[in-house]
Design a protein around this ligand. Sequence first.
Ligand SMILES: Nc1ncnc2c1ncn2[C@@H]1O[C@H](COP(=O)(O)OP(=O)(O)OP(=O)(O)O)[C@@H](O)[C@H]1O
Ligand SMILES: [Mg+2]
Length: 264
Amino acid sequence: MSLNEPEQSVGMAEPAAVPLTIPAALAAEGVPTRFACFVTGTDTEIGKTLISSAILHKLVRQGVRACGMKPIAAGAEERDGELHNDDAAMLRAAGNVLLPQSITTPYMLREPCAPHIAAALEGVTIEPVPILTAYAEILGASDATVVEGVGGFCVPFSEDFDSADLAVQLGLPVVLVVGMRLGCINHALLTAEAIIARGLVLAGWVANQVDPDMRFAIDNVAELERRLPAPLLGRVPRLDEPTAAKASTYLELASLPGWPAKRA
Ligand SMILES: Nc1ncnc2c1ncn2[C@@H]1O[C@H](COP(=O)(O)OP(=O)(O)OP(=O)(O)O)[C@@H](O)[C@H]1O
Ligand SMILES: [Mg+2]
């Protein structure tokens, strides 16, 4: 068993295997598939929104009904009577399924700080059920969903709920965005360990050049390729215009579970 295979429970009947990808013959026919992933990162501000939007952009380009979800956003201001958050707005612009913001971001918090603090300031407790209910609505309205996590992988939401728990409850394959800067190898390996320890599939990782002056960036990517038990989905350089479209040109996502086949 590879490190990245979810653990089997001992002494229990194994559930029937569910294929993660559609058979090649069906894929060739362009049969629609359902794709979903959870995008986490080695830290806050390392490109999760950019890469989530780039994934959505690729899905839309392939003619898929795709919707982004930022379940918890901390840092919102009122504009035209509605709370605005940059991440939520970028994901919305990159997808092509428009749902009410209360669905795509059930917890839209005003204060730009750690989510458990932002929630406490508003007298709110962040709980799984509203997020899972909203996610089910998105699934009903789209064929592909990209869920952006919050900060790094283990950000607390409340006393007994954090972003790793959320990934587990959603049960999604995880895409790890590694912000390429000094220290990222350690952060990436710890994050991968935490993902796999929870029985989740680390489906792939992206090297995102957040520090344009990082020395030996190529060597760092090579070391991570050697050590991370998941494919490198792309290396995104420091972009002059960090748009979803531009970033998407550096990604190759066909290896992700459930990635839709290109229509002829
Ligand atoms: N490859 C890149 N080239 C240029 N700018 C980038 C790149 N990656 C990210 N950025 C910029 O860095 C900032 C942080 O990126 P982004 O918002 O995607 O990070 P994040 O991990 O989603 O942050 P948060 O934890 O706040 O959700 C943004 O201004 C984004 O445009
Ligand atoms: Mg973000």
